[in-house]
Design a protein around this ligand. Structure first.
Ligand SMILES: [Zn+2]
Length: 284
C-alpha cells in the first residue's frame, strides 16, 4: 500500500466529484490494492466506511480515498459493527523496507472456492498474495479482500448433471471479472525480471538507463509497493529506489550520481511519502 501525504484541501477541488478529487491528489491507482484505474477512483471515506457519491467537500476531505470497484465493493460489504481498523495510506506506515514492512509479497497457493468459480470443487492456483505482518495489516487485507476475488456478477451455479467447465477456464472467467490478483502476480513477475536485468547491468550508468524504462512499467502497471519491495530486496540500491519510487524526495545518501528522478513516476504517483528511504542509508 503506497504511503501518501494528504495535500491540504484547496479551491481546485471545490465542486469536483469526490472520486476525481482523490484521483487528482493521489494518482490513478487504487489506494488499497494499487491496481491502475482506467478512470477516476470510487470515493470511499474511512470515516464511515461508505462510498461517497457527489462532490468532495472540506469536511469529507480528511478521510477520502480513491478505490477500485472491487476494493470498494469488498469494503462496503462488511457490516459496520464487524469492521476493524485497517491501515490507511495517509496516516499509517503502510510501506517499509526490511522487517518493518507491514506487507510482504510472495507467490503462494490461492484456493478458489467452488461456488465462486462455478465448479463442484475448489481449485488451487499460484498467485502473489499480500502477507500481512501485523493484526491491522491482516484487517486491511480482509476489509478490501486483497487476497480474494470479489465477485460483482455471480457465476451461475452448475445445474444437476451439467458438465463442469475446465478449471483453467473457470479461473480465467473469474479473473476477467476481478483481475486484481492476476495483475499483482504479473507485476511481481515483471519486477523480478526487471531486477534480473538491473543486476546484470555492467555499469551504474547502464543501470540508471534501465531504471528509467522500469519507471514507465511501474507507472503503467501500478502495484507500486510490489515493485518497490522486489527491487529493494534484490538490489539494495538507494539511488535506484529513489529515482523510481520517491522521485520528489531529496537524493538519499548513498545514491549513485547517475540516477535521476523518473519524471513519469513523479507525475503518476503524486503525494508519495518517502520516510522509508531513510532505511536505505544503512545499506551504505
Ligand atoms: Zn483496489
Amino acid at each position: 500500500m503506497r504511503p501518501v501525504t494528504r495535500p491540504e484541501w484547496g479551491p481546485r477541488w471545490v465542486g469536483v466529484a469526490a472520486g476525481l478529487a482523490v484521483t487528482d491528489a493521489f494518482g490513478r491507482y487504487c489506494a488499497a490494492c494499487e491496481v491502475r484505474l482506467s478512470g477516476p477512483g470510487v470515493a470511499w471515506t474511512a470515516a464511515s466506511g461508505e462510498v461517497v457519491e457527489g462532490v468532495a467537500t472540506a469536511a469529507l476531505w480528511p478521510d477520502l480515498f480513491g478505490l477500485c470497484d472491487f476494493c470498494a465493493r469488498a469494503a462496503t460489504a462488511v457490516p459496520a459493527g464487524s469492521r476493524g481498523e485497517p491501515l490507511l495510506p495517509d496516516r499509517d506506515a503502510t510501506f517499509a523496507l526490511g522487517p518493518a514492512a507491514p506487507f510482504g509479497y510472495e507467490p503462494g497457493p490461492l484456493e478458489l472456492a467452488a461456488p465462486e468459480i462455478g465448479l463442484r470443487s475448489p481449485h488451487v492456483v499460484s498467485r502473489v498474495g499480500v502477507a500481512p505482518r501485523s493484526e491491522r495489516a491482516a484487517e486491511t487485507a480482509r476489509l478490501f479482500a486483497l487476497d480474494r476475488p470479489v465477485v460483482l456478477t455471480p457465476v451461475p451455479a452448475l445445474g444437476e448433471g451439467e458438465p463442469e467447465p475446465s478449471a483453467e477456464l473457470a479461473v480465467q472467467l473469474i479473473e476477467s471479472r476481478d483481475p486484481r490478483l492476476m495483475l499483482r502476480t504479473e507485476a511481481w513477475q515483471y519486477a523480478n525480471e526487471a531486477a534480473e536485468l538491473l543486476e546484470q547491468a555492467r555499469s551504474v550508468a547502464k543501470r540508471a538507463e534501465l531504471a528509467r524504462m522500469v519507471a514507465h512499467e511501474v507507472a503503467s502497471q501500478g502495484f507500486w509497493s510490489v515493485w518497490a519491495t522486489v527491487l529493494a530486496e534484490r538490489l539494495r540500491d538507494p539511488g535506484l529506489l529513489w529515482s523510481i519510487f520517491a522521485p520528489a524526495a531529496p537524493r538519499p545518501p548513498g545514491a549513485a550520481a547517475a540516477y535521476q528522478p523518473a519524471e513519469v513516476c513523479f507525475w503518476a504517483f503524486p503525494s508519495t511519502r518517502d520516510e522509508w528511504l531513510v532505511e536505505t542509508a544503512a545499506w551504505g
